[in-house]
Design a protein around this ligand. Structure first.
Ligand SMILES: [Zn+2]
Length: 141
């Protein structure tokens, strides 16, 4: 998952983040949203705003005390919003369903390969037994 964040404070000071631009307000150096919604990626903010609304995202950020957990929460929110834009019907569930289908197809392929290996082993054993039997027949002559 690739989420574009804005860690460049000089850049943040010179231009408002996508969230503040959208709200038409001044982006302050302590803007909680600037880190997650750089001005260079307004689509990311549009996706999140369309699905969650800015006020709800701010409430979520305020409810999470750890900076690391806030980053994770925002990654999840941004990912969900992007998935919903790409697939308005299924969103993240569509991604999960696709992954489950791939896992199921891979398991079926693995099972098929295991059967082929078992067959080859059985074939080799039978061939070796037949060769031993034939050698025994020739030595008894
Ligand atoms: Zn801002």
């Amino acid at each position: 998952m690739n989420i574009q964040t804005n860690n460049n404070s000089k850049n943040a000071a010179s231009s408002a983040c996508a969230a503040c631009k959208h709200q038409r307000k001044r982006c302050r150096p302590d803007c909680a949203l600037a880190r997650y919604f750089p001005a260079s990626n307004p689509q990311q903010f549009k996706d999140v705003h369309r699905l969650f609304r800015v006020s709800n995202v701010t409430k979520i950020l305020d409810s999470v005390p750890s900076a690391r957990e806030r980053d994770r929460a925002m990654q999840s929110i941004i990912f969900e919003a992007g998935a919903r834009r790409r697939d308005p019907v299924h969103g993240v569930v569509g991604i999960l369903r696709g992954l489950f289908d791939r896992v199921e197809a891979t398991q079926m392929e693995l099972e098929s390969l295991r059967r082929q290996i078992a067959f080859q082993k059985c074939f080799r054993i039978q061939r070796a037994q037949m060769q031993q039997t034939q050698m025994g027949m020739f030595t008894n002559i």
